[in-house]
Design a protein around this ligand. Structure first.
Ligand code: LLP
Length: 421
């Protein structure tokens, strides 16, 4: 459920009509709903009620300061994957003890930043990283709380580019070697083992792969405890998928996910952390764009928008489907026709959808891509010297620009000219 609904024939974000925002900020733009962000965070938080837990929002999904503040105020922790994200989370007021630091290639500088600033735990992904972290911690005179991310060799049954839990993926250490690695960790001076971490992929639409992975984590918890490690925290990663189409998809709900977690891991008495990103932000954001031209091609009609692959790369990168709706609601029974929906960027990959059934649209009309709140704005670029598009946050009847569109001068002046030119 989200808060982007038609009212009197006009698509609204909560209580604000989208044409009103378009008139003020121009198109294209991202628009987020506070109520949806809040609702989605609470679904996870409530799903784990009664269990000692922390929902660490995977801020890579959408990391605008205003979004982070909205979630932090509800009690969210953050899952960060870079020094930049760590600083962003801190700047949004998230205390170090609510930040988990994930990622396959943390540099020593990033480790130092987190250890100096305070961090709940570092999720370590390899032995070299473990040794480096111990050295950095020892040099600062602190001890780094860690989990080791284990790779359970489970097929997440999702898009190959976002599956992370198979042995051929670069993530974590093979679960079969976990006991050795924990033994080494326990012996290192700058390291304190606090738990186990696992994350098997993103956009999972079935609980079964999670269940398989978590069973392996439960077994490992027993084995590591028997080896003398104080395993008291389990970080279960993110990955719960969202419906990208209105009709046929029904991924499991957070409450079902929470129930499965209790079933598989509840008896262990561990504190549970989860790292959802997409489910919190995905359907809390849309991308609003304007039709520039309609063009008749050979046997197909092109709808040319002012948004492009640099603004929303998911269709080009993962063949992702994003529902697209006109901002002005078509009359019931309006006939639809297939369109290829494209942006102005000079490559054929700049295609949002092929043969998409749409009601008649004209130049200047506004359209909205749904489910664009996660991995939308954060993955955008200025390819073709197209400015990063504004982000807008709606809160009831209010809206605010939370990231302004840069001017062309700002963009050009970011470059510096060497003295010989
Ligand atoms: N934790 C870790 C360690 C992760 O690597 C990720 C996502 C998450 C949590 C959050 O997963 P989520 O709940 O959002 O599924 N750009 C891609 C998705 C990449 C996901 C990367 N890792 C996309 O647009 O589909």
């Amino acid at each position: 459920m989200d808060h982007f609904l038609y009212r009197d024939g006009v698509l609204h974000a909560e209580d604000v009509a989208l044409p009103e925002i378009a008139a003020e900020v121009g198109t294209p733009f991202y628009c987020y709903s506070t109520a949806t962000l809040t609702r989605h965070f609470r679904l996870f938080d409530e799903a784990l009620e009664g269990v000692d837990h922390l929902v660490c929002y995977a801020m890579k999904a959408a990391s605008n300061q205003a979004i982070l503040r909205t979630l932090a105020a509800l009690g969210a922790g953050m899952d960060v994957v870079s020094g930049g994200e760590y600083l962003r989370a801190r700047a949004a007021g998230v205390p170090g003890e609510r930040i988990v630091f994930s990622g396959v290639g943390k540099t020593r500088d990033e480790m130092r930043l987190a250890l100096e600033g305070g961090v709940r735990q570092v999720n370590v992904e390899s032995e070299p990283e473990l040794r480096a972290l111990s050295e950095v911690a020892a040099s600062l005179g602190v001890v780094a709380p860690i989990t080791v991310r284990v790779n359970p060799d489970v097929d997440a049954r999702t898009h190959a580019k976002i599956a992370t839990g198979k042995s051929e993926n670069k993530f974590g250490i093979p679960i079969s070697r976990a006991r050795e690695v924990y033994a080494e960790a326990a012996a290192l001076p700058g390291i304190e083992v606090v738990g186990i971490d696992v994350h098997i992929g993103s956009q999972l639409t079935d609980l079964e792969p999670f269940r398989q992975a978590y069973r392996k984590v439960a077994d490992l918890t027993g084995a590591l405890r028997a080896d003398g490690h104080d395993i008291r925290r389990l970080d279960l990663g993110g990955g719960l998928g969202i419906p990208y189409t209105r009709s046929n998809e029904a991924p499991p709900l957070p409450v079902e996910y929470g129930a499965m977690i209790r079933e598989e891991l509840g008896h262990l008495g561990c504190e549970i952390e989860i790292e959802p990103g997409r489910l919190i932000a995905g359907n809390a954001g849309i991308l609003v764009s304007r039709v520039i031209y309609l063009k008749q091609g050979e046997g197909r009609d092109f709808l040319i928008l002012d948004a492009a692959m640099n603004d929303l790369i998911r269709p080009a990168m993962y063949d992702a489907h994003h529902d697209m709706v006109p901002v002005i609601e078509p009359a019931p029974g309006t006939e639809q026709a297939p369109h290829d929906v494209v942006g102005p960027v000079c490559e054929s990959g700049d295609t949002f959808a092929r043969g998409r059934m749409l009601p008649p649209l004209a130049e200047g009309d506004l359209v909205a891509f749904r489910s664009a709140g996660a991995y939308g704005a954060v993955m955008s670029s200025e390819y073709n010297t197209r400015p990063l598009i504004p982000e807008v946050l709606v809160h009831g009847r209010d809206f605010a620009v939370i990231r302004a569109r840069p001017t062309f001068d700002e963009m050009i002046n970011r470059d510096t000219i060497p003295e010989w030119l």
